[in-house]
Design a protein around this ligand. Structure first.
Ligand SMILES: [Zn+2]
Length: 274
């Protein structure tokens, strides 16, 4: 009888630890605060407003239009973008600078939005919680799942936050990107055209794009699959898709002109080392 109770209790704990939308948003908010403290986010209002408006134009076409979406530009030349749970999406200035056209940037943003829509990071966190009874116990003993999912996030979120997405997740995010940028009125071909830009960049400046390839596996079959979706996606024949815009080019020029942040200061004591 005792044994049965214990099994039942663990089952309840696992259920309690599945992450609700409120918890996901709280988790995202906490991680967003940490990111704000640690990464050089661009604060130029014209840049911030543009990326927020652009991101929302896509996110509001998704099945998670109800989330409070936030979009930021990170002041680094590294070509990358990432998303954290709850609707927070980060685009590095390097990615904006390497996007030839607006539809390439919307393709990348559509992909990151797709990871949030499909809750890929949340699912990774749930998997880790389920696999770690210590954390499940912590979750119940402290009621942390209901009062402060963030503390659990400190334990597991750092891995999940920058985890390498699986091939399956990448395909799902691409599929979301193609559908949602098209609904938002952008040319979906930008999704795969940006892949070509990244692959080309890898040939000449691999260190600039390493981050992207580490977190988002990309190979030829993935590009072919996305091209197939693009060929099939339902378009509005009355409206020509947006490929580029003067506003985007002005935004890009403004991003290119932004000063880079000062390099991080060396750790204490390093000057004494020989
Ligand atoms: Zn991805």
């Amino acid at each position: 009888m005792i044994r049965f109770d214990a099994v039942a209790a663990i089952a309840v704990l696992l259920t309690a630890c599945s992450v609700s939308q409120d918890q996901e948003v709280a988790l995202g908010r906490q991680n967003a605060d940490e990111i704000k403290a640690q990464l050089p986010l661009v604060t130029d209002p014209a840049v911030s407003d543009y990326i927020q408006t652009l991101g929302e134009s896509i996110a509001k076409q998704t099945s998670r239009a109800d989330l409070d979406w936030h979009f930021y530009v990170v002041n680094t030349k590294q070509v990358n973008a990432f998303a954290i749970p709850g609707g927070y999406v980060y685009v590095n200035r390097g990615l904006i600078e390497k996007s030839d056209r607006l539809d390439e940037l919307t393709g990348a943003m559509g992909h990151e939005i797709g990871h949030v829509v499909q809750r890929h990071s949340v699912k990774q966190i749930q998997k880790q919680e389920g696999a770690n009874l210590g954390l499940v116990a912590l979750c119940t003993l402290t009621n942390i799942c209901h009062t402060g999912i963030g503390v659990v996030a400190v334990r597991v979120g750092s891995d999940a936050l920058f985890a390498r997405y699986s091939r399956h997740d990448e395909l799902q995010a691409d599929s979301e990107a193609v559908v949602n940028v098209t609904r938002a009125g952008y040319e979906p071909k930008g999704v795969t055209d940006l892949f070509e830009v990244l692959l080309n960049e890898r040939k000449y400046q691999p260190t600039l794009v390493d981050g992207w390839f580490d977190s988002h596996p990309l190979e030829e079959t993935r590009i072919r699959q996305a091209d197939a979706w693009i060929a099939q996606v339902k378009r509005d024949p009355s409206k020509p898709p947006i490929v580029d815009s003067p506003d985007f080019q002005a935004f890009k020029a403004r991003v290119i002109a932004l000063p880079l942040p000062p390099p991080p200061s060396p750790p204490q004591g390093e000057n004494n080392q020989r």
